[in-house]
Design a protein around this ligand. Structure first.
Ligand SMILES: Cc1ncc(COP(=O)(O)O)c(C=O)c1O
Length: 447
């Protein structure tokens, strides 16, 4: 028997929500209240918009959790996948190769800020981070310097939800604290919201460089910390300190990569040349799950040794180097260039900064605005704790046809990189009205 429900009206949203809640377990979601929070059930996507089962349209202002770069149903990207299907959807990377993966790796090698790059593919961002951790650790073992067993990471850091990535991440309010007994300890510098964080990190590096396997950083923006912006000079100094001390620099550009901050990679803006670079999210334009750990030639060669010998990296994932994902990632790189997407990010970022300055910053309900490229965070100023303003403002924006999602009381603005001026206005207009509605309702409740 098929799972289809023959008597259901396909536009009956309550019915879809009930079916969803009955079977699907959503990430980062309390399922007991899932249905009460009026989830969007998407039936279709078109350009920068999502269309729900009732036919309502929403601007995808969070790029489907920061992955969609050029919009949905881009004919050129759709076509790349269809063409690759004629050659096979997936073949294993374990000991064998695939032409489309070779082509993608060559194209990436021309643009990543890594010296002599080599590419180990995975599927999600967290898996790319896990791979990088193990590579950094084993690099020192292979070199005969096994004392380098710890990592230096930052306050507010977020690198994914697998246990290793969670260990690098801070107690972020995403529930990582619960797993403290499973997480390995790291050296922790302050977060980007503390102006001394890079001085402290450099001092820690000086003290502990003989123990550190890698310094791990989200270049430019700590996204999941609510878009905390790094002091650009501090970041450059940290990169220089790593070089001077021979410490590995591991840059997690899973959120910042592929044009988000106005350059293809944020590391470029700070003169960083990471030894290990993690990419994911926008790699495939938001089409298919693919991530990659990029290693410098020096790291890569330290793994050379006897066939089946102990210097080999014994790590891999079933879908590593998926051919469909590689095909769309390759076409995506070409389109970023052909459409001058980076210029659009910079222009729209300036425009968004002005709009936020004029329309959002003057509100007493707003504490701070942080923006780099098209990564933005509007931190709200609720009059008391526990009012869930982030949630309420986002829900009020959804009511106005703009899909937003907060991190705590910071509303995240992450529109696709091809957004135009009219949609930027639409996003800010909805946000402004949503903030007013939420603040007014709070005042009314107090009266
Ligand atoms: C900087 C950073 N690293 C890693 C991850 C984890 O990526 P994924 O959710 O694909 O596992 C994220 C996700 O938001 C991220 O922002």
């Amino acid at each position: 028997m098929s799972g289809a429900q023959p008597h259901q009206d396909p536009s009956d949203v309550e019915h879809w929500i009930a079916r969803d809640a009955a079977r699907v377990w959503h990430p980062f979601t309390q399922m007991a209240s899932f249905a009460d929070n009026r989830p969007l059930i998407v039936a279709d996507a078109d350009g920068l918009e999502l269309i729900d089962v009732e036919g309502n349209r929403y601007l995808d202002a969070i790029s489907s959790l920061w992955v969609t770069t050029l919009g949905h149903r881009v004919p050129e990207l759709d076509d790349a996948i269809v063409r690759q299907l004629e050659h096979g959807a997936h073949t294993t990377m374990l000991g064998n190769g695939n032409t489309i993966v070779v082509e993608l790796s060559e194209a990436l090698a021309r643009v990543v800020p890594v010296d002599g790059p080599h590419f180990l593919y995975a599927s999600d961002g967290a898996s790319a981070v896990e791979q990088a951790l193990k590579i950094a650790f084993q690099y020192w073992v292979n070199r005969g310097e096994p004392s380098h067993t710890t990592f230096l990471a930052f306050g507010g850091a977020y690198h994914g939800d697998t246990v290793g990535a969670m260990s690098l991440g801070d107690d972020s309010g995403f529930g990582a604290e619960l797993f403290a007994p499973l997480r390995f300890p790291v050296l922790r510098a302050p977060g980007f919201d503390d102006p001394t964080c890079f001085d402290t990190a450099i001092a820690m590096l000086e003290r502990h460089h003989n123990e550190i396997a890698a310094v791990v950083i989200e270049p430019s923006v700590q996204a999941a910390a609510g878009m905390q912006l790094a002091d650009p000079d501090g970041l450059t100094l940290l990169g220089e300190a790593c070089r001077a001390r021979g410490a590995l620099l591991l840059c997690d550009e899973i959120a910042t990569g592929f044009g988000r901050t106005g350059t293809l990679f944020a590391s470029e803006q700070h003169g960083l040349r990471p030894d290990l670079l993690c990419l994911g999210k926008g790699l495939t334009a938001g089409y298919l799950p693919m991530s990659v750990t990029v290693a410098s030639d020096e790291i890569y060669r330290s793994f050379f040794g006897d066939d089946l010998g102990p210097r080999t990296l014994y790590h891999g994932h079933s879908y590593a180097g998926n051919a469909l994902a590689a095909a769309v990632a390759l076409r995506h790189l070409e389109l970023i260039d052909a459409w001058d997407v980076l210029a659009n990010v910079r222009e729209r970022s300036d425009e968004l900064a002005d709009l936020l300055h004029d329309r959002i910053a003057p509100k007493s309900a707003v504490r701070d605005i942080r923006l780099r490229g098209l990564m933005g965070g509007v931190e709200l100023a609720p009059p008391a704790a526990g009012l869930r303003w982030g949630r309420k403002v986002s829900a009020a924006a959804v009511e106005r046809g703009v899909l937003l999602r907060p991190i705590g009381d910071t509303v995240i603005l992450m529109p696709p990189l091809t957004i135009g001026s009219a949609d930027l206005h639409r996003m800010v207009h909805a946000l402004a009205a949503a903030i007013d509605e939420t603040a007014d309702a709070s005042l009314d409740a107090e009266r």
